[in-house]
Design a protein. Structure first.
Length: 315
């Protein structure tokens, strides 16, 4: 399997966290996992690049590094009100033109928007900057609520940890759910968060430990093969179905039923990748009752069939 080249374009002053999101997912060698990505950084002007953390990082490669990248990551753009140089915009357009995937984390969407590649397309950024992005680039369909938008050739994420969610989504798209889950497990990351989940709770959460959904989520994740219902989850959590739905909306930005379905489809993906079990058996194991129901849910979620998915990602 060829190694996928990921190059991050660092821009002064560079946010160290946004850069670390991409470096941690694509650049770290992990015991027991085969290497599928090669990670590097470049800058418009090689040499010392200031960071928001108060130190400089030394970057040896210039924009020519983007010419060999399969994925280009823009880990933030701290001057959203300023135009990028022609050299930077041209380098991004040249990479995209030959088939590279362009990815922004947080405020990096402002730079991608300058290329015109987000025009008439869905994109996101940190919720605090979404209104500014929409005002500066009215052709971009800015969605301030979602964690990330993966359009295939271009992808954007919200701020902070949503950058990790997007990077793991790209690994999932490249190599399947099981491999991405192994990377996430090494990072001590929670299960896959869908891009459509809310960036933040619309209603403030009390923050009490007793309000956390973690225990019921762990309990349900171990019982996906059972015919769990929202009432079952509510009974386990010791609250009414209506209260449970409110807690899910506050903490996960999704309904209990939606969360269950996403976990079941993800479990089916892993079994398709890692086993030769018939689709009927997989459907029973993940609580989707029948091969017909699994195929329908799978197509709704991933726009493909279980058989086609297995051919693409079976290891």
């Amino acid at each position: 399997m060829s190694v996928h080249q990921v190059v991050a374009l660092v821009l002064p002053p560079q946010s160290t966290f946004e850069l670390a999101c991409a470096a941690e997912v694509f650049g770290v060698r992990r015991p027991g996992l085969d290497v599928r990505y090669d990670f590097g950084v470049c800058a418009e002007h090689p040499g010392p690049v200031p960071t928001l953390a108060g130190y400089d990082m030394h970057v040896a490669a210039g924009l020519e590094a983007l010419d060999g990248a399969d994925t280009v990551v823009v880990p933030g753009w701290q001057r959203p009100g300023e135009p990028a140089s022609t050299a930077v915009v041209d380098a991004l357009l040249r990479a995209h033109g030959r088939g590279a995937r362009l990815v922004s984390i947080c405020s990096g969407a402002f730079l991608l928007a300058q290329t015109g590649l987000l025009d008439h397309r869905r994109a996101t950024t940190h919720w605090r900057m979404a209104a500014e992005l929409a005002a500066r680039f009215p052709l971009v369909e800015v969605d301030a609520d979602i964690l990330y938008a993966d359009l295939g050739d271009v992808a954007t994420s919200a701020g902070t940890a949503a950058g990790i969610d997007l990077c793991l989504q790209l690994v999932r798209a490249d190599h399947g759910a099981a491999y991405a889950a192994q990377v996430a497990r090494h990072m001590i990351m929670p299960p896959h968060r869908e891009g459509g989940q809310l960036q933040y709770a619309a209603t403030p959460v009390t923050g009490r430990v007793s309000d956390s959904l973690a225990p019921v989520l762990d309990w349900a994740a171990e019982r996906l093969h059972e015919p769990l219902t929202v009432d079952d989850l509510a009974a386990r959590a010791g609250m009414s179905p209506r209260t449970l739905a409110r807690r899910f909306a506050e903490q996960l930005g999704a309904s209990p039923g939606r969360w269950l379905l996403v976990r079941r489809v993800a479990a089916a993906q892993a079994l398709l990748e890692e086993t030769d079990l018939p689709v009927e058996t997989i459907a029973a194991r993940v609580g989707l009752s029948s091969a017909t129901n699994l195929r329908r849910r799978f197509h709704d979620a991933l726009r493909t069939t279980p058989a086609a998915y297995r051919r693409s990602f079976r290891r």
